[in-house]
Write a protein that binds this ligand. Structure first.
Ligand code: NOJ
Length: 524
């Protein structure tokens, strides 16, 4: 493949590592950096190009690392800076880029910045966070709600004001309108870039700059309680505010000041119009604002095709697309679509136009794991129990082998492990028909076929059961035919079969699509 240099991510595939659940090296039941280092061959062997590691910074772990108390260090739970440097070098030695998680919208309440800020009203860092007087009756300054339940404001006795936290009470929101805050966070980016990191996934960007006037959010007429309490209001004054783009552009300028330029991926949930704005008015914000549309889409061919076409049409000129099926916050794809369709979902993710992100365990077909009440640790589930909002089920450790601890830990794992043989890496590794083998084969084909990575996209056929599209590049045309149904379906194109999700099926090039089958076909 022609090398794209600084644009490596256009053909690249990102693999998300949730460090607590990848590999434990010291028997404390929680994964760590040395564990990641020891398992890099799995990721490189799979055929990924980059790893994104969810936060491993010092943190009280109220939100499992998304409450950062020092942006420029490693929590002892995960190792230290030397362990990080070793992991980075080991990844680079295998040709893997390394992306970290930047959490700019809030810190931990134990971050020294917040400790200073809350110490007194005239502290030099007071304005680093969002402080407001109570309403006349003593209640919070407005009606904003925390994403994880309860009001978005907590009263601080010492100074008699409320502070804003879009997430947990333990996650005070930084005030991005303050240039000193911006300098401090941009400085943290430089700290890691100077160490050799290749980019960042940037957390919760839609919440970076809430309304300066603190206007109340209006009620959401379509709210149902399984959306979580925060969605009972429309976040028009807390999310996707216009100022955010200026500040993301500042981040981009830091990324651009390096040679080669560093990659920035943004996390924002919203409508397709809201998502694509994060490319920036002059493509000067994120290289890739995460596209989560497939996570929310109903798994039927017409819906999926609709999502693909809507997104393709909404992309600004020159913007490069990307696709995500699963992450550490949302139900796993194999649970959403079912184990048979999970193979199809994998084929879709790897053959759409755009950079795919794989969430660890997706390559094994890992499913959500039911968590007994006494093992629940996610603060969201604890704050708003029983609504299916908790994220523990999607964060369970990988089963590398059988035996106690599943090769993940020699201790007691922090969350239960699904050790069914079909979920184990060692079992799947030796089985040509396994999900893992399918991912490896598909990624190898994608690497070889420029049409599948760089090619143009066109819908070829759509009915109630089958979605078929073409990817074409420099005269080479490849079709992907996906059978969403449990029945055999006619193959809508003719050509030579290159790969099927149904490994054991003996099919000729013209055979109909087997139930649940996805096929990649070379067109004449
Ligand atoms: C999005 C992260 O993915 C999620 O895990 C976290 O709880 C929130 N942002 C707050 O940082």
């Amino acid at each position: 493949m022609a090398t794209l240099g600084k644009d490596w991510w256009k053909t690249g595939v990102v693999y998300q590592i949730y460090p607590r659940s990848f590999q434990d090296s010291n028997g404390d039941g929680v994964g760590d950096l040395a564990g990641i280092e020891s398992r890099l061959d799995h990721v490189a062997g799979l055929g990924a190009d980059a790893i994104w590691i969810s936060p491993f910074y010092p943190s009280p772990m109220a939100d499992f690392g998304y409450d950062v108390s020092d942006y420029c260090d490693v929590d002892p739970l995960f190792g230290d800076l030397q362990a990080f440097d070793r992991t980075l070098a080991a990844a680079h030695a295998r040709g893997l880029k390394v992306l970290l998680d930047l959490v700019p919208s809030h810190t931990s309440e134990r971050h020294p910045w917040f400790l200073e800020s809350r110490a007194s009203r005239n502290n030099a860092k007071r304005d680093w966070y969002v402080w407001k007087d109570p309403a006349p009756d003593g209640s919070p300054p407005n009606n904003w709600l925390s994403e994880f339940g309860g009001p978005a404001w907590t009263f601080d006795e010492t100074t008699g004001q409320y502070y804003l936290h879009i997430f947990l009470t333990e996650q005070p929101s930084l005030n991005w309108r303050n240039p000193a805050v911006r300098d401090a966070v941009l400085g943290a980016m430089r700290f890691w870039f100077d160490r050799g990191v290749d980019g960042f996934r940037v957390d919760a960007i839609e919440n970076l700059v809430p309304d300066a006037e603190l206007r109340d959010n209006p009620p959401n007429p379509d709210w149902i309680d399984t959306m979580g309490p925060a969605r009972s209001l429309l976040g028009i004054h807390t999310q996707h505010r216009p100022e955010v783009f200026e500040y993301v552009a500042e981040m981009r300028r830091v990324a651009q000041s390096y040679e080669p330029e560093k990659l920035l991926i943004g996390e924002a949930y919203g409508t397709v119009e809201q998502l694509v704005r994060y490319y920036g008015p002059k493509l000067d914000c994120f290289h890739l604002p995460f596209n989560f549309l497939l996570i929310g889409a109903e798994w039927r061919p017409r819906n999926i095709a609709g999502v693909v076409e809507t997104y393709e049409a909404a992309l600004p000129d020159g913007a490069w697309p990307n696709w995500v099926m699963s992450n550490h916050d949302r139900s796993r794809s194999a649970s959403r679509v079912g184990p048979e369709q999970a193979r199809l979902a994998a084929m879709l993710l790897l053959t759409l136009r755009g950079t795919p992100t794989i969430y660890q365990g997706e390559e094994l077909g890992m499913e959500d794991v039911a968590i007994p009440t006494d093992r629940v640790v996610d603060p969201w589930e604890k704050n708003v129990p029983g609504k299916g909002l908790g994220r523990d089920p999607v964060r369970t450790p990988i089963a590398w082998t059988g035996g106690p601890g599943a090769g993940f830990t020699t201790g007691e794992p922090w969350l239960p492990i699904d050790q069914r043989p079909q979920m184990r890496v060692d079992v799947q590794y030796c089985d040509e028909g396994s999900m893992l083998s399918l991912w490896r084969t598909m990624l190898a084909l994608r690497r070889k076929e420029h049409a599948l990575s760089l090619g143009d996209y066109r819908t070829l056929h759509l009915d109630d059961h089958v979605f078929c599209y073409e990817r074409s590049h420099e005269g080479r045309r490849i079709a992907v035919a996906l059978n969403f149904s449990a029945e055999t379906q006619p193959l809508p194109v003719t050509g030579r079969s290159l790969l099927s999700t149904a490994p054991s099926a003996k099919h000729g090039d013209d055979d109909p699509l087997a139930p649940h089958e996805g096929r990649i076909i070379e067109l004449a």
